[in-house]
Design a protein around this ligand. Structure first.
Ligand code: SF4
Length: 73
């Protein structure tokens, strides 16, 4: 398993994470920020544990994120 983490309040809504990993990210129509699907929030950090097979695409999403708020560990 890997863990994906997003510091959601700093998201600028650029949509890159959704483009790289559409099965794990979606844009919110409410506030224009991306939502990490399945994640739970703790102290403004949203995290979810997923299967290894999502690692590469989410690493690409993390690398593309202009404000560097996505971590894949
Ligand atoms: S790539 Fe980063 S800034 Fe852009 S929508 Fe995703 S989390 Fe937000």
């Amino acid at each position: 398993m890997i863990t994906i983490i997003q510091q959601r309040d700093k998201c600028i809504g650029c949509n890159y994470c959704v483009e790289f990993a559409p099965q794990r990210w979606v844009m919110s129509k409410k506030d224009g920020k991306s939502v990490l699907i399945g994640a739970k929030e703790k102290n403004k950090f949203w995290s979810v544990k997923v299967h290894e097979d999502e690692k590469d695409i989410n690493r690409k999403a993390a690398a593309a994120c202009p404000v560097k708020i996505i971590t894949v560990a």
